[in-house]
Every structure is written in C-alpha cells, then in structure tokens.
Design a protein around this ligand. Structure first.
Ligand code: C5P
Length: 277
C-alpha cells in the first residue's frame, strides 16, 4: 500500500505553560502542506518490522517513528504481522515540519486499512498519541487547532489557499532542547517576535525565542523574508529550523526562493508549496 505523508507548518504556536509530566500545554494552528514523503507498507505472515529510507541520515532501526507506529499497532490490536516500510524522504529532518510524525501516522492509517480493523480517525489518534505529540494531527491531516500536549485536535478551515515558501538552513534544532530552554530564554534586541496578521489569521511562534538565541541566522532569515515585497508574513515553523513565508502566489514564492539562494548561499534548502484553502 502506498500513501503520501504530508509535512505541516505551525501558522501559530503558543506555549501556555509547563505541565507536571514535563511536556508543555500548547495552542497551535497547524496545516498540512503539499510537500510530502512517500510511504509504502507491505505486510506478510510473521512478526517483525523493517524500515528502508532513501535518506541514509534517517535512522532505519527500531527508533524510526514509522517502526514504532507498526509496533504500537500490534500492541493495540494484538495482530501479528511482518511489515516492510519504505520511506522516500522529501521532508527534511529536524526541520519543524513533522516529517517523522507524518510517516508514523501514515503507517497507522495503512495498517488500519490493510487489516480492516476499522479503528478510524478517533481510534488511530489514540494510538498516535503514544508515539509523539504531533502524530495525532497527521491522522486526519486537515488544518486544525492542536491543544493539550498536541493530542487534542479540532479541525478548522481557511478561507483561501495559502502559497508558502520554506527555507531551511543546513542545521537542525532539537525539539526537546527548544521546549526545555523556552522558559528561561530571552528576546534578542531588535528582533520582532510579535503577532503578524494576514487574511483572518494570526501568526506567532513562542519557540522562536529559544531557537533564535542559539541559532542567530534564524532571526536574520526572518527579517530578510519579511523585507521581500512578495512576502506577507514570515516566521519559524514548530521548533525550527525551517522558516516559512506566506507569499502572494506560487510564482512569487519561486521568485523569492531564487533570491534566497543568491542571498544565503546554496546550502539553504528551499521548497515552494501550498496549504489547502
Ligand atoms: O512528543 P514528542 O516526542 O514529539 O516531543 C519531543 C519533545 O518535545 C518532548 O520530549 C518534550 O521535551 C518536548 N515537548 C513538550 N511539550 C509538547 C511537545 C513536545 O515539552 N507539547
């Protein structure tokens, strides 16, 4: 079975406070985007999980979230199977785009279909919450407000399609570090962390504060994007390191992408994509 596993961007991410279990309560408006990994899942009689990914930097052992998803499906349903999972990676890792979480959710959706377990979105979201905070969102893969640790999903929709440019510098930000550093981090002077408004949406990311303190290229990229005439809004997605801009159109986003590579150098990864309207 083959599925697309879309990336996400957090249009806004507010941290409400630290919880007793060490996680943080948040309120985040998240949307799937057209950039996607390609997942294949083949099952046979037996018991085991093998993952193959075309990107050698991605772990192919039991620590891969897609392998964890297959094992969680087995624990939940009691069904024994041998799974071979293939991942064609298009979404960079450590990017704040949810690639690993989306791959895991796609494996759950595939197994529910292959074994006709009829767990459906509600049942799969519960299994997904054991895998990672972002995984439940990728079960329905529609624009949604994410609350709690990330497991409370309230679907929403936007009045129009959103054209996006993604820029990722050649380093990753570790999510656990960004959350841990959040409460003690400070705002860098001269950097605008404020709410940006476009259409009927508000854009802000509380994880910019810790990420910008350590990775000082990120606020430079944000300011540069905001100064481009085609960009309406620019900020970081999730815990970074991807910065994204809402652009007037896909062709406008492509023009800014070319200029970004001229400006920041060819080690910057870029993608032009859109979020559903
Ligand atoms: O749930 P997930 O494994 O994706 O989260 C990675 C790390 O990010 C957690 O171990 C935790 O340190 C932090 N986190 C958090 N609060 C959240 C989500 C993630 O503190 N709501």
């Amino acid at each position: 079975m083959k599925l697309r596993a879309p990336a996400k961007v957090n249009l806004s991410l507010r941290i409400l406070g630290k919880r007793a279990d060490g996680f943080h309560n948040l309120e985040s408006l998240v949307t799937p985007i057209s950039l996607a990994d390609e997942i294949s899942v083949a099952t046979s009689i037996g018991q085991g999980v093998r993952v193959h990914c075309d990107d050698p930097a991605v772990p192919q052992d039991d620590s891969n979230l897609a392998a964890i998803a297959a094992r969680q499906f087995h624990s939940h349903t009691g069904i024994r199977f041998d799974a071979r999972i293939g991942i064609r990676k298009r979404i960079p890792s450590g990017a704040g785009l949810g690639g690993g979480s989306s791959d895991a959710a796609a494996v759950l959706v595939a197994l529910d279909s292959i074994f006709e377990t009829h767990l459906g979105p509600d049942g799969l979201e519960k299994i997904a919450a054991n895998i990672g905070s972002d995984v439940p969102f990728f079960i329905r893969r529609v624009p949604a407000w994410m609350r709690g640790r990330g497991e409370e999903i309230a679907p929403t929709d936007f009045s129009q399609k959103i054209s996006l440019l993604l820029l990722k510098p050649p380093f990753a930000v570790a999510t656990p570090w960004a959350y841990k550093r959040w409460s003690e981090s400070i705002e860098l002077p001269g950097v605008d962390y404020g709410v940006q408004r476009w259409a009927d949406l508000e854009f802000v990311n509380d994880l910019e504060r810790p990420a910008f303190e350590k990775y000082t290229l990120l606020p430079v990229m944000k300011a540069w994007l905001r100064s481009q005439p085609e960009c309406r809004v620019a900020l970081m997605s999730g815990s970074g390191s991807t910065m994204f801009a809402v652009c007037a159109s896909r062709s406008a986003a492509r023009a800014v992408s070319v200029r970004a590579i001229e400006h920041f150098g060819s080690s910057i990864w870029t993608a032009v994509c859109d979020a559903p309207g």
